[in-house]
Design a protein around this ligand. Structure first.
Ligand code: CMC
Length: 430
């Protein structure tokens, strides 16, 4: 029988439907497995579990393919703008000129952050990581900008608010962490240029906008805009499935992205390269540590859950490193170390056997450093880029009539029932 999988358990045969995606991907639909057989599936890290069907992003990890709404990432990075990609991901199609202008105006209209929120920012300890600040501030937005849930127009405004304000808040977090005066958004500047200005303009040194730097940031954001059901996106869908408001779901996504195996990897790569540089530049030592089973150290910026070949985003980002450093007439010893590391790892049996290739984060830190961003802002920049993907996936999930409260099962392996012992009768603790 076609498009059906057969499971034999306890001598009985069960058939389960197979769902086939646009690109021929196949999944066994196990939604009736438990009611039919009493069984559940066990899949650590959900590596073999499809949590939804989606029309947004297609990835093929074996072939190194990434497409948003069907359009290859290479074409978007070459020809599109970040705001256009935001529209594409959230609305499902490329906007015409009028639609894009209207959307840009909406972003401008919602770019300011309520003055009362400035007080919140001022009271975070100076050393707070900007990801923690951003996550907290995004949840707080709900108090300042309540919306009527489920109403289309309100959702559109909330989306524009988030896309625009998260960028303003990210720059504010940076300025406040340095004890500097906040720079307000400007209506005459486009999305990326506006952000660069809010980050780097100061009364003593006005920021001069360089179109090549603006383009580099735009491309960085395009490359990060969505990546189907990754850790933070799944978090947004999962938290959203409890029917929380969009701000809370996005705040959870930011927190999930913070980790060094996910969005924090770009910061971790630069920290690793700086350490190698300080230690005399011996990349062999680091490769040996990464291969050592008894050492928890991993080569940051290498490997990916889905890509088992070169990450297509890394190819574009690597080229961007050279273009930008060349244009800025700069050299970066960290890029030389990264290139050596890449060459050794790509020819090493350990990395070849495990299909470990550089991912986007291996190069993106060098581009962000060249622009002038401090290392702890790297994950925040990733979060701004990933925001449209989170919103698109959240929107798709709430519009899906079959969407349920996310609630995985488990196999319990703890003790069987034991009796409670009053405290004065307990002999020893573990
Ligand atoms: N350095 C050394 N060994 C590695 C690495 C690495 N970077 N990545 C994976 N391995 C080894 C791992 O030890 C394991 O070995 P073994 O089979 O002997 O136990 C094997 O490769 C498979 O690894 P895994 O952890 O089971 O694979 P995964 O799919 O769960 O991990 C990953 C994916 C991204 C968490 C992992 O490759 C990693 O930790 N990379 C470094 C962090 C990083 O660069 N993260 C950014 C990912 S791209 C940004 C994004 O999309 O979020």
């Amino acid at each position: 029988m076609e498009n059906v999988a057969t499971l034999i358990f306890d001598g009985k045969e069960y058939t389960l439907p197979v769902v086939v995606g646009t690109e021929g991907e196949k999944a066994i639909d196990i939604s009736t497995l438990r009611s039919q057989t009493g069984l559940i599936t066990l899949d650590s890290g959900y590596a073999n579990t499809g949590s939804c069907t989606s029309e947004i992003t297609f990835m093929d990890g074996e072939k190194g393919i990434l497409r948003y709404r069907g359009i290859p990432i290479e074409q978007l990075a070459e020809q599109s703008s970040f705001v256009e990609v935001v529209y594409l991901l959230i609305d499902g199609f490329l906007p015409n000129k009028e639609q894009l202008n209207r959307f840009s105006r909406l972003l401008n209209d919602h770019s300011l952050v309520h003055e009362d929120m400035h007080g919140f920012f001022q009271h975070f300890p100076r050393d707070s990581h900007p990801m923690g600040i951003l996550s907290a501030m995004v949840t707080a937005l709900k108090g300042f900008y309540p919306y009527l849930e489920g109403i289309e127009e309100e959702i559109n405004i909330t989306v524009a608010r988030l896309i625009s304000k998260v960028r303003t808040m990210a720059a504010m977090a940076y300025k406040i962490s340095r004890g500097h005066r906040i720079v307000y958004p400007r209506h005459d500047l486009r999305y990326s240029a506006n952000f660069l200005n809010m980050m780097f303009d100061s009364p003593v040194r006005p920021y001069v906008i360089d179109p090549d730097i603006v383009r580099a940031l735009d491309v960085f954001w395009i490359l990060h805009a969505d990546h189907e059901q990754n850790c933070s996106t799944s978090t947004v869908r999962m938290v959203g499935s409890g029917r929380v408001n969009l701000y809370a779901a996005i705040s959870a996504g930011i927190a999930a992205l913070w980790g060094s195996l996910h969005g924090g990897a770009n910061q971790a790569v630069i920290e690793m390269l700086v350490d190698i540089h300080k230690d005399g530049g011996d990349v062999h030592k680091v490769v040996a540590r990464a291969k050592d089973k008894n050492d928890t150290f991993r080569l940051m910026g290498f490997g990916h859950r889905v890509y088992k070949t070169y990450d297509p985003r890394a190819i574009i980002m690597k080229q961007m490193c050279y273009t930008l450093l060349n244009k800025l007439k700069r050299t970066d010893p960290l890029l030389d170390i990264a290139m050596k590391l890449e060459e050794i790892a790509l020819n090493d049996e350990y990395f070849i056997k495990k299909n470990l290739y550089p991912n986007v984060d291996f190069y993106s830190g060098i581009v962000l450093r060249a622009i002038g961003f401090p290392t702890n802002m790297f994950p925040v920049l990733f979060a701004i880029g990933r925001l449209p993907g989170w919103i698109a996936q959240w929107k798709e999930s709430i519009e899906d009539t079959s969407w349920k409260l996310a609630r995985p099962r488990q196999i319990y392996i703890g003790p069987e029932q034991i009796d409670y012992i009053p405290i004065d009768q307990r002999k020893s603790s573990h």
